[in-house]
Design a protein around this ligand. Structure first.
Ligand code: EPZ
Length: 421
């Protein structure tokens, strides 16, 4: 397993371009299942999760040609099973459920099970699909779903679920009649999926708001689309600039997708300027602690909580972080504490007392954003930090250490020596 070794204490300077958004690319690749034909996607990030999704689409009968123009030909789709061994490595596989039901009238998808950050049930996905007329059974850890033809319905989600909203949008696009999704999630990645479905010929309104209306059509057509930039990678790079008291232009990101993050960076004392090609982050004075409560978009994103915990540790004063989305998203705390961070967790709340200089250590990644926080901590810690199990990082970041190195970080990936045998 690879590890990343970082020598802390170097200010980041220069410009870096963000990659395409993982959480837009995953549902959008699944939407190609809705179409008899080949769709082409640009700005698809090179990530392990994207590779896994490509393998799943191939298992279902698609011809997948990864590359700068990522092509998915779903003409020959006739398989309808997403097996456990793929779903357990990537929960977003559950996003094939809606499209398969809409396209084939059948789907057999392994329940994803829990993950490091929480139970992550999919009851809202299933409730919505049943409202659209699907007959569902849970058999040996799989969802068995059938529907002659999905029919439009009014669905009220108990919680604004991102992939739940996406699954239901894709299912409703080919349903007979009109579907209204209430308490829908509003993330920018959902808006990007909405643009793809519209290009395919679906009729949607309200995407990006809490009420989405979809008028189903009989057939959708193949399209070409460029994926939006990754706002969480952009936010991670902005935090890296701030905590190293650097001066970095994060290019290609969309400031409107990051309003809550930018507001908190400014509250912490960073200068954040919107420039023609991106967002510039500078810190010349001291960073001060900020209070964060994660919320569904447009609130402060849960996917940025671990990164801001490092900023809180590097800042002076106290910060209170409250994680309202996932019940166990503090796996990074113990590892940061081993580096000297002063963090007290009480249920969903973490109190961080800043002002201590972190010390390099060997630490272990546990989940995607936790591993990003350990990389950030390594940038500001004294001495050397080794981050193990960086396969977690590679699921959601396209060569993060290379991007940081281009900004002046001393960071390198170490691959295990192949055993002589
Ligand atoms: C998406 O996960 C993202 N993943 C996550 O990003 C992100 O953290 C999350 O949305 C919240 O923004 C992708 O888009 C692939 P949810 P998702 O359904 O859709 C509860 C990353 O780091 N819930 O919006 O799985 C759930 O338990 C990943 O890139 C139900 O109760 O999240 C959670 O408390 C991590 N029942 C809350 O809703 C359901 O049926 C939000 O979950 C579905 C969700």
């Amino acid at each position: 397993m690879d590890k990343i070794v970082i020598e802390g204490g170097h200010r980041l300077k220069g410009a870096v371009r963000v990659s395409g958004a993982k959480n837009a690319a995953l549902p959008i690749l699944c939407s190609s299942l809705l179409v008899r034909g080949a769709s082409v996607f640009h700005n698809v990030p090179k990530l392990n999760d994207i590779t896994t999704m490509g393998r799943l689409l191939e298992r279902l009968g698609c011809v997948v040609t990864p590359g700068r123009a990522f092509r998915v030909d779903a003409t020959g789709v006739e398989q309808f099973e997403a097996p456990y061994e793929l779903v357990k490595t990537m929960r977003a596989s559950v996003l094939v459920l809606g499209p398969l039901l809409a396209r084939l009238g059948r789907a057999r998808v392994s329940l994803p099970g829990g993950c490091a950050i929480g139970a992550r049930p999919i009851d809202q996905h299933l409730k919505g699909l049943e409202a659209l007329g699907a007959k569902l059974q849970l058999v040996h850890g799989y969802v068995e779903a059938r529907a002659k033809r999905l029919r439009g319905a009014r669905i009220v989600c108990d919680v604004p679920t991102v992939t739940g909203t996406e699954n239901l949008m894709m299912a409703a696009a080919l349903a007979k009649g009109v579907t209204v999704i209430e308490n829908a999630a509003c993330e920018p990645e959902i808006e990007d999926l909405g643009r793809v479905l519209e290009k395919m010929g679906a009729r949607l309104s309200g995407v990006g708001t809490k009420v989405i209306e979809i008028e189903g059509v009989d057939e959708l057509r193949p399209i070409e689309h460029t994926i939006i930039p990754d706002r969480i990678e952009a936010g991670t790079l902005m935090v890296a600039a701030a905590i190293t008291r650097g001066d970095v232009l994060v290019e290609g990101c969309v400031p409107e997708h990051l309003e809550a993050v930018i507001a908190k960076l400014r509250a912490a004392g960073a200068e954040v300027d919107l420039e023609a090609t991106g967002v510039r982050v500078r810190v010349r004075g001291e960073l001060r602690g900020v209070d964060i409560t994660t919320q569904p978009h447009p609130g402060f994103p849960t996917d940025m909580q671990a990164q801001f915990m490092v900023l809180a540790a590097a800042a002076s004063g106290q910060s209170v972080l409250t994680e309202t989305i996932f019940e166990n998203r503090y796996m990074h705390v113990q590892e940061l504490a081993r580096m000297g961070a002063d963090i007290h967790v009480d249920g969903r709340t973490a109190i961080v007392r800043g002002g201590t200089r972190l010390a390099g250590a060997t630490v272990m990644a546990t989940d995607l954003r936790a591993s990003a926080s350990l990389v950030l901590a390594g940038l500001v810690a004294s001495g050397k930090t080794e981050i193990l199990r960086v396969y977690h990082l590679d699921r959601g970041y396209d060569q993060l250490e290379k991007k940081l190195r281009s900004l002046g970080a001393v960071a390198r990936r170490v691959r295990p020596r192949k055993s002589a045998a």
